[in-house]
Design a protein around this ligand. Structure first.
Ligand code: SF4
Length: 309
C-alpha cells in the first residue's frame, strides 16, 4: 500500500514522463537534489557535467533542476536551446555575495591579474573573469597559469585558500563563502572522526581550510561519488542531498553524513511538483545578454584549454 506522498510522487513522475516526451525535453538534476527530483532526470551530476551533457542532446528544451548559476552554465554551452530553471527563486547566496563593482575595485588595484572565477558566481562576474574553474579543477587551473602574474580568485575564500595551499601560489581573494559548508568547524570534524575511526573522510573544498586539512580527500561532488564507490566506509562532507543519493544507491556501504546541518535552502526549493510545473508551463527560462554570453563563454572555454595543458 502506497502512502499519500508516494501516490502523489508516482502521479507527478508519470506526468513528468509524458511532458518530457511531448515537449522533447532533457531533464538534468544536480547531485544535491532530492531523490524524487533525481528520479525524473535523464542525467544527475555536478554543474559542469550537466552543462556538458546538454551539449550532446538533440532535445529542444533543457530543464535544469538545481540553482540559477547551473542553468546559466547550461545556457552558455547551449545558447540555441530553451533552458528552464526548476524554481525561479533557486539562487546561491555564495554567488550573489559580491558584485561586479567589487571585482572592478580589485582589478583596478591589480590591473594585470588573472581573474579565476568559480563557476558558482553570477554571470557578470564570470563574464569579467579571465578563466572559470570548478571545485574539482581549481588547483589544476591555478597551477597552469603564468607564475609571474598575480591571480585574483573569486568568489569563495575557502576554495581559494584550498587552492593556494595545494599550489603554493599567493591568491588575491574575497571573503565570500558558502554558509552550508563554512559552518562546519574543525572541532566538529575531529569529534566525528573520533566517533568513526575506521571511516575515511571526503569533504568539499567549500569547507574551511582547517576542515579540508583533516580530510582524506578534498573533492567535487562527482569525485566524492567515485570515492564512495571505491571505499566501504566514508564520511560524506558536503550538502546532505549527496549523502542521501549515495545511501540510497549503495545501501551495502557504511556511509555517514559529516553533519545533517549541511542542508542548502536554495537547493531544497525544487521539489517534484515545482519541477513538473516548470516544465508544464515552460517557466523560468534563462536568458543571458549576448555580450555577457560571449565573455562568460570565453572564460569557460579558457578553462577547457588550460585543462589540456
Ligand atoms: S550549497 Fe552553498 S554553494 Fe551550493 S548552492 Fe547552496 S549555498 Fe550555493
Amino acid at each position: 500500500m502506497l502512502t499519500a506522498t508516494e501516490t502523489l510522487d508516482a502521479r507527478l513522475i508519470e506526468k513528468a514522463r509524458n511532458l518530457k516526451k511531448q515537449k522533447n525535453c532533457l531533464v538534468l538534476a544536480h547531485n544535491y537534489q532530492t531523490l524524487a527530483v533525481q528520479s525524473i532526470a535523464d542525467y544527475v551530476g555536478d554543474s559542469l557535467e550537466m552543462a556538458l551533457k546538454a551539449t550532446e542532446t538533440r532535445h529542444d528544451i533543457i530543464l535544469l533542476c538545481g540553482i540559477r548559476i547551473m542553468a546559466e552554465t547550461a545556457k552558455l554551452l547551449n545558447p540555441e536551446k530553451k533552458v528552464l530553471l526548476s524554481h525561479a527563486g533557486a539562487g546561491c547566496p555564495l554567488s550573489e555575495m559580491k558584485k561586479l563593482t567589487d571585482l572592478k575595485i580589485l582589478q583596478n588595484r591589480h590591473p594585470e591579474a588573472e581573474v579565476v572565477c568559480y563557476v558558482n558566481a553570477t554571470i557578470d562576474l564570470r563574464a569579467a573573469s579571465t578563466v572559470t574553474c570548478t571545485s574539482g579543477n581549481i588547483c589544476r587551473i591555478i597551477a597552469a597559469l603564468d607564475k609571474e602574474r598575480e591571480i585574483i580568485c573569486i568568489p569563495d575564500r575557502n576554495l581559494g585558500n584550498w587552492a593556494a595551499y595545494k599550489t603554493g601560489r599567493d591568491l588575491i581573494m574575497w571573503d565570500g563563502y558558502c554558509s552550508v559548508h563554512d559552518q562546519i568547524s574543525a572541532a566538529e570534524v575531529k569529534k566525528v572522526r573520533e566517533k568513526f575511526p575506521g571511516h575515511l573522510l571526503a569533504v568539499h573544498p567549500e569547507c574551511s581550510l582547517e576542515v579540508c586539512q583533516l580530510a582524506d580527500y578534498v573533492c567535487s561532488t562527482s569525485q566524492m561519488i567515485e570515492y564512495a564507490k571505491e571505499h566501504q566506509k566514508v564520511i560524506i562532507g558536503t550538502e546532505i542531498g549527496l549523502y542521501r543519493q549515495l545511501a540510497c544507491h549503495y545501501p551495502e556501504k557504511e556511509l555517514i553524513p559529516l553533519s545533517t546541518r549541511m542542508s542548502c535552502a536554495d537547493m531544497s526549493k525544487t521539489d517534484l511538483e515545482a519541477a513538473v510545473d516548470t516544465l508544464a508551463g515552460e517557466l523560468n527560462e534563462v536568458n543571458i545578454p549576448p555580450l555577457q554570453q560571449e565573455k562568460a563563454l570565453r572564460s569557460l572555454e579558457r578553462m577547457f584549454l588550460l585543462l589540456e595543458k
